[in-house]
Design a protein around this ligand. Structure first.
Ligand code: NI
Length: 202
């Protein structure tokens, strides 16, 4: 046992002692948000930090675990909440547990083969089980950073390819102040209606 067995972190900031987080700025999410005009404006307007992950991947081999603390900032592009890129595990059967530490959010889960989609709350005192073969994305629906812990098998690996090609079938938009999951096509129609209504008001 040569690697450190203890990790200290701050549940409000997601900072992990001795670990440099990997930062993901908005320009890494090109083509993923519904409102491309609002997206491009936000990138030009300072390209904000959307999320960072501090990964602890010290142990390797069968039965070992990796884990990471994620920090997802609050914010929206149009009416779509900030989210992480999302991934499948390279080793498809690998599951994961997510534990909410602070903030308010959701996990979007989509089974790779059946396409079945679910949203589950991610917030303090909740654990979300992500089965194998399931693409997962974290969404911040609150006003503060969403901080969470993810624990996964050491052999899981990350596969971003399918999300890069196809994104998720569903989106989560703010409608009358509340998060609502919609099919992407339905959401595009909703979004253009909002734009027409806005133009009519001006
Ligand atoms: Ni994962």
């Amino acid at each position: 046992m040569i690697f450190p067995l203890l990790t200290q972190f701050c549940p409000e900031t997601g900072e992990v002692k001795g670990v440099t987080p990997q930062d993901r700025y908005l320009d890494k999410l090109a083509g993923k948000f519904l409102d491309d005009l609002a997206y491009r404006q936000a990138v030009q307007n300072g390209n904000p930090l959307v999320y960072s992950v501090s990964s602890l991947e010290s142990a390797h081999g069968d039965g070992q675990l990796h884990y990471g603390i994620g920090k997802l900032m609050p914010g929206k592009i149009g009416s779509e909440y900030y989210f992480t890129f999302g991934h499948l595990h390279a080793h498809r059967p690998a599951a994961e547990v997510y534990v909410g530490l602070s903030g308010q959010g959701l996990m979007l889960l989509q089974h790779e083969i059946s396409g079945e989609t679910q949203v589950q709350p991610l917030k303090p005192n909740t654990v979300v089980y992500v089965p194998g073969y399931t693409a997962h994305r974290t969404i911040n629906t609150g006003a503060n950073p969403l901080i969470y812990l993810g624990v996964y098998p050491a052999q899981a690996g990350h596969d971003y390819g399918i999300i890069a090609q196809k994104n998720f079938d569903n989106v989560v938009l703010e409608v009358d102040g509340q998060p609502v999951m919609m099919d992407r096509r339905e959401a595009l129609a909703y979004h253009s209606n909002q734009r027409i209504q806005k133009n009519q008001r001006n």
